[in-house]
Design a protein around this ligand. Structure first.
Ligand SMILES: [Zn+2]
Ligand SMILES: [Zn+2]
Length: 48
């Protein structure tokens, strides 16, 4: 996938290893540093 703003290839989020969040006692928790496990090197989670 690519960023919708700068069309660079997205990277896997370092914080959640590209999973987009983690499961926990309270159900699925979205990662706060990415959107769906991917981030733009320039725009971070705001690539959509
Ligand atoms: Zn971007
Ligand atoms: Zn993440």
């Amino acid at each position: 996938m690519k960023c919708n703003k700068c069309y660079r290839p997205l990277h896997d989020c370092q914080s959640c290893n590209g999973k987009g969040g983690s499961g926990g006692a309270f159900g699925r928790v979205n990662c706060s540093r990415c959107d769906g496990g991917q981030v733009c090197p320039t725009h971070g989670k705001h690539w959509k």
